[in-house]
Design a protein around this ligand. Structure first.
Ligand SMILES: [Zn+2]
Length: 122
């Protein structure tokens, strides 16, 4: 199966726009979505318990055939209250941490603002 693993905040405002963004980019794929409030803080900081729980979900997505992880941050996040600039830094640091953890897996960061503009962060 052609699968993308998306690590996302729980915030429902961004679920559909981000899924559509990925499906426009990867025609014929499906998106496995793993959610946690303020997801970008979990892998940019030392939240070991949350990371262990999320990694369990990532493993299941990988067992279904995914070979890529997208990790998102967004404007106006209640689960991780930061400026847009700091969110982008946390997404960047999350990408770094996930690349270290999952060698050979494509890891890309996404940041989405309130107008649903999406930028990719590597
Ligand atoms: Zn959020």
């Amino acid at each position: 199966m052609k699968i993308i693993t998306l690590l996302s905040c729980i915030d429902g405002r961004f679920q559909v726009p981000l899924t559509e963004y990925l499906l426009n980019k990867y025609n014929g794929y499906i998106v496995d979505k793993i959610t946690f409030p303020g997801m970008d803080k979990i892998f940019s900081h030392d939240f070991k318990n949350e990371q262990a729980f999320i990694k369990g979900s990532i493993d299941i997505s990988f067992s279904r055939g995914s070979k890529s992880i997208y990790i998102m941050g967004h404007s106006d996040c209640t689960g991780n209250i930061l400026s847009d600039e700091l969110h982008i830094i946390e997404v960047k640091n999350s990408v770094k941490a996930l690349k270290k953890e999952y060698k050979g897996i494509k890891v890309i960061g996404l940041f989405i603002d309130l107008d649903y503009n999406v930028i990719e962060i590597e």
